[in-house]
Design a protein. Structure first.
Length: 87
């Protein structure tokens, strides 16, 4: 088992199961993976930023709706205290 671990450290397996043994090939593959990771991270960051903008807009809308309900509720409170005209 220990030999396998050492072998894994010494040899790097390409996703296509091609063994790449040169440091330059390993470095190139790591740079490619890093580039894809950076692109993915940027895409995810854009999604999170867009979602935060949507959350902010929804919170503003919710506050506006709450204020409208309060305003309508205060107007109804005064009307409840009055007697209807048929009394």
């Amino acid at each position: 088992m220990l030999q396998r671990r050492r072998a894994r450290r010494k040899w790097w397996s390409h996703p296509d199961n091609v063994v790449m043994s040169t440091p330059d090939a390993r470095l190139t593959e790591l740079e490619i993976k890093s580039s894809f990771t950076d692109d993915l991270l940027e895409q995810l960051n854009d999604v999170v930023a867009r979602q935060q903008q949507q959350i902010d807009a929804l919170q503003r809308e919710l506050l506006s709706l709450r204020q409208q309900v309060r305003d309508q509720g205060s107007g109804l409170g005064a009307a409840r205290d009055e007697r209807p005209p048929h009394y």
